[in-house]
Design a protein around this ligand. Structure first.
Ligand SMILES: CC(C)(COP(=O)(O)OP(=O)(O)OC[C@H]1O[C@@H](n2cnc3c(N)ncnc32)[C@H](O)[C@@H]1OP(=O)(O)O)[C@@H](O)C(=O)NCCC(=O)NCCS
Length: 247
């Protein structure tokens, strides 16, 4: 399944209202990047955040009833893109309610993940059981400042990965990878993860990572203590994905 830019779909509530600070070029490059790193048979879409609230179902609208406008638009764009991705897999329109711990409740037979960052939004969706977990994260790498770096990672982890990618990209990638890991891990295990519960090892040659569950109190992920994924840096964004197939 190849990815598709949401702007090309007549079903998109996004295409008619393209008003965020995100540039079309950024969307296209991030979509291209995602298309390269998703496994086969995974639908991927990306778009600028827009006012897609007209696309929402009543229970989705209730979930953001008290939210500020920016959050309403991000949430609605995510749901609209998720439905576009589901349509690529042959599913009709349906609600994607907010589940426990804020996770999206994907239609039976599917699994997906959403991320929004700085006016940009992306969704990935695949069928279960071929794909059992997905975790997507976009992060503006400069948002991960020197001040917060040691709350999310350790000196040892930074040193281990220093030669893999440019030093300025390292904190942002290590942060974004953790968010992608959490989004894949939490729906499967219903368990929370602290930032230092995982240790990340990057491979800059293959743009892949292995996140080890270092806290023995945390349950394994699909029978493994290692959560693998792909990452890239595109136009200042870290783009990180965990996609777990069946054993
Ligand atoms: C939930 C969290 C991961 C979201 O990440 P973020 O960078 O703030 O925001 P993003 O836009 O990238 O992602 C938000 C989307 O993640 C998804 N999401 C939220 N909670 C989720 C969960 N428990 N499981 C799976 N996906 C989840 C939702 O789709 C959400 O968008 P929506 O509310 O519009 O539906 C983050 O806010 C958080 O709580 N992190 C703490 C947990 C953590 O990361 N621990 C470190 C693990 S090593």
């Amino acid at each position: 399944m190849s990815g598709q830019n949401a702007t090309s779909s007549p079903k998109s509530a996004i295409s008619s209202d393209w008003h965020s600070n995100c540039q079309g070029g950024e969307v296209a490059e991030i979509l291209l990047c995602l298309q390269r790193i998703v496994p086969p048979n995974t639908a991927v879409v990306a778009a600028a955040v827009a006012d897609a609230t007209a696309d929402l179902y009543p229970q989705e609208l209730r979930a953001i009833a008290k939210a500020v406008t920016k959050r309403r638009h991000e949430f609605a764009t995510g749901r609209a893109l998720a439905r576009l991705a589901l349509a690529q897999l042959g599913y009709g329109r349906m609600p994607i309610p907010v589940g426990p711990q804020r996770r999206p409740m994907w239609p039976a037979g599917t699994i997906g993940s959403l991320s929004h960052c700085r006016g940009l939004c992306a969704a990935v969706v695949a069928r279960t059981p071929q794909t059992r977990a997905l975790g997507l994260d976009l992060e503006w790498i400069r948002d991960v400042s020197e001040e917060i770096v040691f709350t999310i990672t350790t000196a040892t982890e930074l040193a281990r990965n220093r030669n893999e990618i440019p030093e300025t990209e390292l904190p942002g990638c290590l942060f974004s990878i953790r968010e992608a890991v959490f989004k894949a891990y939490n729906p499967v295990t219903e368990s929370f993860l602290d930032f230092k519960d995982v240790e990340v090892e990057l491979d800059g040659r293959t743009n892949s990572f292995a996140a080890r569950l270092a806290n023995g109190q945390r349950p394994s992920f699909l029978g493994s203590r290692i959560i693998g994924g792909r990452f890239a840096v595109v136009r200042g964004f870290a783009v990180c994905l965990v996609a777990a197939p069946t054993g």
